[in-house]
Design a protein around this ligand. Structure first.
Ligand SMILES: [Zn+2]
Length: 412
Protein backbone atom coordinates (compact mmCIF):
# COMPACT_ATOMS: atom_id res chain seq x y z
CA UNK A 1 0.00 0.00 0.00
CA UNK A 2 1.37 3.43 -0.88
CA UNK A 3 1.44 5.85 1.95
CA UNK A 4 0.85 9.43 0.85
CA UNK A 5 0.76 11.05 4.23
CA UNK A 6 4.41 12.01 4.34
CA UNK A 7 7.32 12.98 2.16
CA UNK A 8 11.04 13.16 2.72
CA UNK A 9 13.28 16.21 2.68
CA UNK A 10 17.07 16.15 2.43
CA UNK A 11 18.82 17.72 5.42
CA UNK A 12 21.60 19.10 3.22
CA UNK A 13 20.11 20.24 -0.12
CA UNK A 14 16.43 20.47 0.85
CA UNK A 15 15.22 18.37 -2.09
CA UNK A 16 11.86 16.75 -1.44
CA UNK A 17 11.15 13.15 -2.30
CA UNK A 18 7.96 11.15 -2.25
CA UNK A 19 8.04 7.90 -0.33
CA UNK A 20 8.19 5.86 -3.52
CA UNK A 21 11.23 7.76 -4.83
CA UNK A 22 13.70 6.96 -2.09
CA UNK A 23 14.18 4.60 0.87
CA UNK A 24 17.32 5.83 2.61
CA UNK A 25 19.51 8.84 1.68
CA UNK A 26 19.14 11.78 -0.75
CA UNK A 27 20.48 10.39 -3.99
CA UNK A 28 22.30 13.59 -4.93
CA UNK A 29 23.99 14.44 -1.64
CA UNK A 30 24.93 10.87 -0.73
CA UNK A 31 26.91 10.40 -3.94
CA UNK A 32 29.92 12.22 -2.57
CA UNK A 33 29.82 10.57 0.86
CA UNK A 34 33.09 9.11 2.06
CA UNK A 35 33.99 6.97 5.04
CA UNK A 36 36.01 9.85 6.51
CA UNK A 37 33.23 12.37 7.12
CA UNK A 38 29.65 12.42 8.43
CA UNK A 39 27.30 11.32 5.65
CA UNK A 40 25.23 13.88 3.77
CA UNK A 41 21.73 13.34 2.50
CA UNK A 42 20.00 12.07 5.65
CA UNK A 43 16.27 12.57 5.13
CA UNK A 44 13.69 14.18 7.37
CA UNK A 45 10.11 12.89 7.23
CA UNK A 46 7.52 15.62 6.88
CA UNK A 47 3.76 15.21 7.14
CA UNK A 48 1.03 17.33 5.62
CA UNK A 49 0.85 19.63 8.62
CA UNK A 50 -1.43 22.22 7.00
CA UNK A 51 -3.96 19.54 6.07
CA UNK A 52 -3.94 18.24 9.65
CA UNK A 53 -4.46 21.78 10.98
CA UNK A 54 -7.32 22.32 8.51
CA UNK A 55 -8.90 19.10 9.70
CA UNK A 56 -8.86 20.48 13.26
CA UNK A 57 -6.14 18.33 14.74
CA UNK A 58 -5.61 18.74 18.48
CA UNK A 59 -3.20 17.09 20.85
CA UNK A 60 -6.06 15.21 22.50
CA UNK A 61 -7.06 13.78 19.14
CA UNK A 62 -3.46 12.74 18.54
CA UNK A 63 -3.35 11.00 21.90
CA UNK A 64 -6.58 9.18 21.06
CA UNK A 65 -5.20 7.91 17.76
CA UNK A 66 -1.85 7.06 19.40
CA UNK A 67 -0.22 9.60 17.05
CA UNK A 68 -0.92 7.55 13.93
CA UNK A 69 -1.31 10.81 11.94
CA UNK A 70 2.36 11.52 12.71
CA UNK A 71 3.74 8.04 12.10
CA UNK A 72 4.93 6.72 8.71
CA UNK A 73 2.70 3.65 8.88
CA UNK A 74 -0.88 2.96 7.85
CA UNK A 75 -2.07 0.95 10.81
CA UNK A 76 -1.23 0.63 14.50
CA UNK A 77 -1.77 -3.12 14.04
CA UNK A 78 1.58 -3.23 12.23
CA UNK A 79 3.38 -2.36 15.48
CA UNK A 80 4.61 -5.15 17.75
CA UNK A 81 2.32 -6.38 20.48
CA UNK A 82 4.67 -5.13 23.20
CA UNK A 83 4.47 -2.08 25.42
CA UNK A 84 6.71 0.44 23.70
CA UNK A 85 7.09 3.97 25.02
CA UNK A 86 4.63 5.28 27.59
CA UNK A 87 7.57 5.19 29.95
CA UNK A 88 7.44 6.80 33.41
CA UNK A 89 8.46 10.38 34.11
CA UNK A 90 9.67 10.57 37.70
CA UNK A 91 9.96 13.82 39.69
CA UNK A 92 13.02 14.10 41.90
CA UNK A 93 13.05 16.85 44.51
CA UNK A 94 16.40 16.30 46.19
CA UNK A 95 19.85 14.94 45.56
CA UNK A 96 22.03 13.80 48.45
CA UNK A 97 19.45 15.22 50.89
CA UNK A 98 19.73 18.67 49.46
CA UNK A 99 16.50 20.10 48.08
CA UNK A 100 16.63 21.12 44.42
CA UNK A 101 15.54 24.68 43.63
CA UNK A 102 14.30 23.53 40.23
CA UNK A 103 12.04 20.69 39.07
CA UNK A 104 13.92 17.63 37.92
CA UNK A 105 12.21 14.87 36.03
CA UNK A 106 13.67 11.62 34.80
CA UNK A 107 12.21 9.93 31.72
CA UNK A 108 12.98 6.29 32.29
CA UNK A 109 13.22 4.66 28.89
CA UNK A 110 14.90 1.60 30.29
CA UNK A 111 11.28 0.49 30.81
CA UNK A 112 10.96 -0.47 27.16
CA UNK A 113 10.80 -4.19 26.24
CA UNK A 114 14.53 -4.56 25.51
CA UNK A 115 15.44 -2.01 28.21
CA UNK A 116 16.38 0.87 25.94
CA UNK A 117 15.04 3.92 24.13
CA UNK A 118 15.91 2.23 20.83
CA UNK A 119 12.70 0.20 20.93
CA UNK A 120 10.84 3.34 19.90
CA UNK A 121 12.79 3.35 16.62
CA UNK A 122 12.88 -0.41 16.07
CA UNK A 123 9.13 -0.75 16.45
CA UNK A 124 8.35 1.88 13.80
CA UNK A 125 10.97 0.50 11.39
CA UNK A 126 9.68 -3.02 11.94
CA UNK A 127 6.06 -1.95 11.42
CA UNK A 128 7.00 -0.16 8.21
CA UNK A 129 8.88 -3.24 6.97
CA UNK A 130 5.82 -5.36 7.76
CA UNK A 131 3.57 -3.10 5.71
CA UNK A 132 6.04 -3.17 2.82
CA UNK A 133 6.59 -6.92 2.92
CA UNK A 134 10.22 -6.99 4.10
CA UNK A 135 10.84 -9.98 6.36
CA UNK A 136 14.56 -9.44 6.99
CA UNK A 137 15.91 -6.36 8.75
CA UNK A 138 19.62 -5.67 9.17
CA UNK A 139 21.37 -3.15 11.37
CA UNK A 140 24.81 -2.17 12.53
CA UNK A 141 24.87 -1.41 16.20
CA UNK A 142 27.11 -0.73 19.17
CA UNK A 143 24.66 -2.91 21.07
CA UNK A 144 21.39 -1.21 22.05
CA UNK A 145 19.94 -0.77 18.56
CA UNK A 146 20.90 -4.35 17.76
CA UNK A 147 19.43 -5.89 20.88
CA UNK A 148 16.35 -3.74 20.36
CA UNK A 149 15.86 -4.75 16.73
CA UNK A 150 16.43 -8.39 17.66
CA UNK A 151 13.74 -8.26 20.35
CA UNK A 152 11.22 -6.35 18.26
CA UNK A 153 11.73 -8.68 15.28
CA UNK A 154 11.23 -11.67 17.58
CA UNK A 155 7.88 -10.20 18.60
CA UNK A 156 6.95 -9.50 14.99
CA UNK A 157 8.02 -12.79 13.43
CA UNK A 158 10.69 -11.02 11.40
CA UNK A 159 14.32 -11.96 10.95
CA UNK A 160 17.00 -9.63 12.36
CA UNK A 161 20.61 -9.59 11.24
CA UNK A 162 22.86 -7.61 13.59
CA UNK A 163 26.40 -6.47 12.83
CA UNK A 164 28.28 -5.46 15.96
CA UNK A 165 31.82 -4.27 16.60
CA UNK A 166 33.60 -6.94 18.61
CA UNK A 167 33.83 -4.56 21.60
CA UNK A 168 30.05 -4.53 22.23
CA UNK A 169 29.14 -5.28 25.90
CA UNK A 170 28.26 -8.90 26.57
CA UNK A 171 24.76 -8.25 27.97
CA UNK A 172 23.74 -6.71 24.68
CA UNK A 173 25.26 -9.59 22.72
CA UNK A 174 23.44 -12.04 25.00
CA UNK A 175 20.15 -10.29 24.32
CA UNK A 176 20.68 -10.43 20.57
CA UNK A 177 21.35 -14.17 20.72
CA UNK A 178 18.47 -14.91 23.10
CA UNK A 179 16.02 -13.13 20.79
CA UNK A 180 17.18 -15.48 18.04
CA UNK A 181 18.73 -12.90 15.73
CA UNK A 182 21.66 -13.60 13.45
CA UNK A 183 24.67 -11.91 14.99
CA UNK A 184 27.71 -10.92 12.95
CA UNK A 185 30.62 -9.64 15.06
CA UNK A 186 32.89 -7.42 12.98
CA UNK A 187 36.57 -6.89 13.58
CA UNK A 188 36.71 -3.11 13.70
CA UNK A 189 34.59 -0.21 14.84
CA UNK A 190 30.90 0.62 14.64
CA UNK A 191 31.70 2.52 11.46
CA UNK A 192 33.15 -0.61 9.85
CA UNK A 193 30.02 -2.57 10.85
CA UNK A 194 27.86 0.25 9.48
CA UNK A 195 29.51 0.20 6.06
CA UNK A 196 29.33 -3.59 5.81
CA UNK A 197 25.62 -3.54 6.72
CA UNK A 198 24.92 -1.20 3.82
CA UNK A 199 26.82 -3.44 1.42
CA UNK A 200 24.80 -6.39 2.76
CA UNK A 201 21.55 -4.45 2.27
CA UNK A 202 22.39 -3.96 -1.40
CA UNK A 203 23.65 -7.52 -1.83
CA UNK A 204 20.80 -9.40 -0.12
CA UNK A 205 17.83 -7.04 -0.53
CA UNK A 206 17.18 -6.71 3.20
CA UNK A 207 15.62 -3.69 4.88
CA UNK A 208 18.19 -1.63 6.78
CA UNK A 209 17.49 -0.05 10.18
CA UNK A 210 20.79 1.86 10.52
CA UNK A 211 20.31 5.15 12.26
CA UNK A 212 20.98 8.24 10.15
CA UNK A 213 20.52 6.04 7.08
CA UNK A 214 16.97 4.82 7.52
CA UNK A 215 14.95 8.06 7.99
CA UNK A 216 12.23 6.32 9.99
CA UNK A 217 14.22 5.65 13.16
CA UNK A 218 13.78 9.33 13.99
CA UNK A 219 10.03 8.96 13.55
CA UNK A 220 10.06 6.36 16.28
CA UNK A 221 12.40 8.27 18.55
CA UNK A 222 10.36 11.46 18.34
CA UNK A 223 7.47 9.87 20.25
CA UNK A 224 9.31 10.63 23.49
CA UNK A 225 8.62 14.35 22.89
CA UNK A 226 4.89 13.68 22.53
CA UNK A 227 4.89 11.74 25.79
CA UNK A 228 6.77 14.47 27.64
CA UNK A 229 4.25 17.04 26.46
CA UNK A 230 1.41 14.84 27.67
CA UNK A 231 3.08 13.97 30.99
CA UNK A 232 3.76 17.65 31.68
CA UNK A 233 0.02 18.34 31.29
CA UNK A 234 0.27 19.75 27.79
CA UNK A 235 3.30 21.89 28.48
CA UNK A 236 6.89 21.80 27.25
CA UNK A 237 9.79 21.42 29.65
CA UNK A 238 12.35 24.23 29.89
CA UNK A 239 15.29 21.92 29.24
CA UNK A 240 15.74 18.35 28.11
CA UNK A 241 19.15 16.72 28.65
CA UNK A 242 19.84 14.15 25.99
CA UNK A 243 22.89 11.87 25.59
CA UNK A 244 24.51 12.41 22.19
CA UNK A 245 26.55 9.98 20.11
CA UNK A 246 25.72 10.02 16.42
CA UNK A 247 23.06 12.72 16.84
CA UNK A 248 19.96 10.66 16.09
CA UNK A 249 18.26 10.60 19.50
CA UNK A 250 18.67 14.36 19.90
CA UNK A 251 17.26 14.85 16.40
CA UNK A 252 14.37 12.59 17.33
CA UNK A 253 13.58 14.67 20.42
CA UNK A 254 13.73 17.84 18.30
CA UNK A 255 11.60 16.27 15.57
CA UNK A 256 8.82 15.37 17.98
CA UNK A 257 8.61 18.89 19.34
CA UNK A 258 8.98 20.30 15.81
CA UNK A 259 5.97 18.30 14.63
CA UNK A 260 3.98 19.87 17.48
CA UNK A 261 5.32 23.33 16.55
CA UNK A 262 4.29 22.85 12.93
CA UNK A 263 0.84 21.78 14.03
CA UNK A 264 0.67 24.94 16.18
CA UNK A 265 0.10 22.78 19.26
CA UNK A 266 3.13 24.35 20.97
CA UNK A 267 4.56 27.82 20.48
CA UNK A 268 8.19 27.30 21.48
CA UNK A 269 10.85 24.68 21.28
CA UNK A 270 12.26 23.62 24.67
CA UNK A 271 15.99 24.06 25.10
CA UNK A 272 17.52 20.72 24.25
CA UNK A 273 20.91 20.16 25.86
CA UNK A 274 23.08 17.67 23.99
CA UNK A 275 25.46 15.90 26.34
CA UNK A 276 28.51 14.14 24.97
CA UNK A 277 31.29 12.27 26.66
CA UNK A 278 34.44 14.37 26.55
CA UNK A 279 36.24 11.40 25.02
CA UNK A 280 33.66 11.12 22.27
CA UNK A 281 32.57 14.65 21.49
CA UNK A 282 32.97 14.82 17.74
CA UNK A 283 29.47 16.17 17.26
CA UNK A 284 29.48 19.15 19.61
CA UNK A 285 33.14 19.97 19.02
CA UNK A 286 32.45 20.48 15.30
CA UNK A 287 29.11 22.26 15.52
CA UNK A 288 30.46 25.69 14.63
CA UNK A 289 33.34 24.53 12.42
CA UNK A 290 33.27 24.74 8.66
CA UNK A 291 35.28 21.55 8.31
CA UNK A 292 34.95 18.37 10.31
CA UNK A 293 37.72 17.15 12.56
CA UNK A 294 37.52 13.61 13.95
CA UNK A 295 39.14 12.70 17.27
CA UNK A 296 39.14 8.97 17.98
CA UNK A 297 36.53 8.16 20.63
CA UNK A 298 37.44 6.31 23.81
CA UNK A 299 34.68 6.78 26.35
CA UNK A 300 33.26 4.14 28.72
CA UNK A 301 29.80 5.14 27.53
CA UNK A 302 29.71 2.68 24.65
CA UNK A 303 26.28 3.71 23.33
CA UNK A 304 27.55 7.20 22.60
CA UNK A 305 31.10 6.27 21.61
CA UNK A 306 31.19 7.36 17.99
CA UNK A 307 33.99 8.57 15.72
CA UNK A 308 31.77 9.82 12.93
CA UNK A 309 28.42 11.18 14.14
CA UNK A 310 26.21 9.83 11.40
CA UNK A 311 23.47 12.38 11.90
CA UNK A 312 25.80 15.33 12.32
CA UNK A 313 24.22 17.68 9.80
CA UNK A 314 20.65 17.23 11.00
CA UNK A 315 21.62 17.55 14.67
CA UNK A 316 23.76 20.60 13.88
CA UNK A 317 20.88 22.26 12.04
CA UNK A 318 18.42 21.55 14.84
CA UNK A 319 20.79 22.85 17.51
CA UNK A 320 21.54 26.00 15.50
CA UNK A 321 17.96 26.66 14.37
CA UNK A 322 16.45 26.19 17.82
CA UNK A 323 19.29 27.60 19.91
CA UNK A 324 20.12 24.31 21.53
CA UNK A 325 22.85 23.96 24.09
CA UNK A 326 25.53 21.37 24.60
CA UNK A 327 28.04 20.25 27.15
CA UNK A 328 30.62 17.50 27.46
CA UNK A 329 31.33 15.45 30.58
CA UNK A 330 34.33 13.37 31.55
CA UNK A 331 34.22 9.61 32.05
CA UNK A 332 34.83 10.22 35.75
CA UNK A 333 31.78 12.49 35.87
CA UNK A 334 29.76 9.82 34.05
CA UNK A 335 30.76 7.16 36.58
CA UNK A 336 30.12 9.42 39.53
CA UNK A 337 26.75 10.52 38.12
CA UNK A 338 25.81 6.93 37.56
CA UNK A 339 26.23 6.31 41.29
CA UNK A 340 24.52 9.54 42.34
CA UNK A 341 21.58 8.68 40.11
CA UNK A 342 21.29 5.10 41.36
CA UNK A 343 21.63 5.98 45.05
CA UNK A 344 19.21 8.89 44.94
CA UNK A 345 16.51 7.51 42.72
CA UNK A 346 16.61 3.72 42.48
CA UNK A 347 17.23 4.03 38.75
CA UNK A 348 20.34 2.24 37.48
CA UNK A 349 21.05 3.68 34.06
CA UNK A 350 23.61 2.81 31.41
CA UNK A 351 26.65 5.10 31.08
CA UNK A 352 25.20 7.02 28.14
CA UNK A 353 22.14 7.88 30.22
CA UNK A 354 24.34 8.70 33.19
CA UNK A 355 26.16 11.10 30.86
CA UNK A 356 22.92 13.03 30.32
CA UNK A 357 22.43 13.11 34.10
CA UNK A 358 26.03 14.30 34.48
CA UNK A 359 25.28 17.09 32.02
CA UNK A 360 22.34 18.15 34.17
CA UNK A 361 24.57 18.08 37.28
CA UNK A 362 27.16 20.24 35.49
CA UNK A 363 24.41 22.79 34.81
CA UNK A 364 23.18 22.55 38.39
CA UNK A 365 26.66 23.04 39.83
CA UNK A 366 27.17 26.19 37.78
CA UNK A 367 23.71 27.54 38.63
CA UNK A 368 22.52 27.40 35.05
CA UNK A 369 19.10 25.98 35.91
CA UNK A 370 16.67 28.72 36.98
CA UNK A 371 14.62 28.22 40.15
CA UNK A 372 11.32 26.44 39.50
CA UNK A 373 12.30 25.59 35.91
CA UNK A 374 11.22 22.20 34.53
CA UNK A 375 14.13 20.02 33.53
CA UNK A 376 14.02 16.54 32.06
CA UNK A 377 16.85 14.04 31.78
CA UNK A 378 16.35 11.34 29.21
CA UNK A 379 17.51 8.01 30.62
CA UNK A 380 18.02 5.97 27.49
CA UNK A 381 18.86 2.51 28.78
CA UNK A 382 19.34 0.15 31.69
CA UNK A 383 22.59 -0.09 33.62
CA UNK A 384 22.29 -3.87 33.58
CA UNK A 385 23.28 -3.75 29.92
CA UNK A 386 26.83 -2.74 30.71
CA UNK A 387 28.02 -3.86 34.12
CA UNK A 388 31.68 -3.65 33.18
CA UNK A 389 31.68 0.12 32.97
CA UNK A 390 30.84 0.48 36.67
CA UNK A 391 32.58 -2.62 38.04
CA UNK A 392 35.87 -0.75 38.37
CA UNK A 393 34.73 1.35 41.30
CA UNK A 394 32.46 -1.14 43.08
CA UNK A 395 33.72 -3.45 45.82
CA UNK A 396 31.90 -6.48 47.10
CA UNK A 397 33.19 -7.12 50.65
CA UNK A 398 34.87 -10.42 51.48
CA UNK A 399 32.38 -13.01 52.66
CA UNK A 400 32.06 -13.72 56.38
CA UNK A 401 31.35 -16.77 58.47
CA UNK A 402 27.67 -16.38 59.40
CA UNK A 403 27.89 -15.04 62.95
CA UNK A 404 26.36 -11.83 64.25
CA UNK A 405 29.78 -10.74 65.54
CA UNK A 406 31.29 -10.94 62.07
CA UNK A 407 28.33 -9.10 60.70
CA UNK A 408 28.76 -6.31 63.26
CA UNK A 409 32.39 -5.92 62.17
CA UNK A 410 31.36 -5.62 58.54
CA UNK A 411 28.70 -3.05 59.37
CA UNK A 412 31.00 -0.90 61.48
ZN1 LIG B 1 20.35 16.26 -0.79
Amino acid sequence: MTNNKFHYQCTNCGTQYSESQVTYLCQVCSESNSTELPPKGVLKTNYNYQKLIDEGITFSKLVQSKFLELLPINSLDSLPNLKIGDTPLYSIDKIDNSKLPFNLMLKDDSQNPTYSFKDRASSVVSAYAKEKGWDDIVTASTGNAGSSLAGICAAQGQKAIILVPESAPSAKLTQILMYGAKIIPVKGTYDDAFDLSIEATNEFGWYNRNTAFNPLTIEGKKTVAFELFEQLNFDIPDRVFVPVGDGVIISGVYKGFEDLLKLQIIKNMPIIVGVQAEKSNNLIRNINNSGFEIVKSATIADSISVDIPRNFYMAQKYIQDYKGEYVSVTDEEIQESSQILSKNTGLFAEPAAAAAFAGMLAYKNTNKLPDNSNNVVLLTGSGLKDLKSVSGFLNVPDSILPTIENMKKLLS
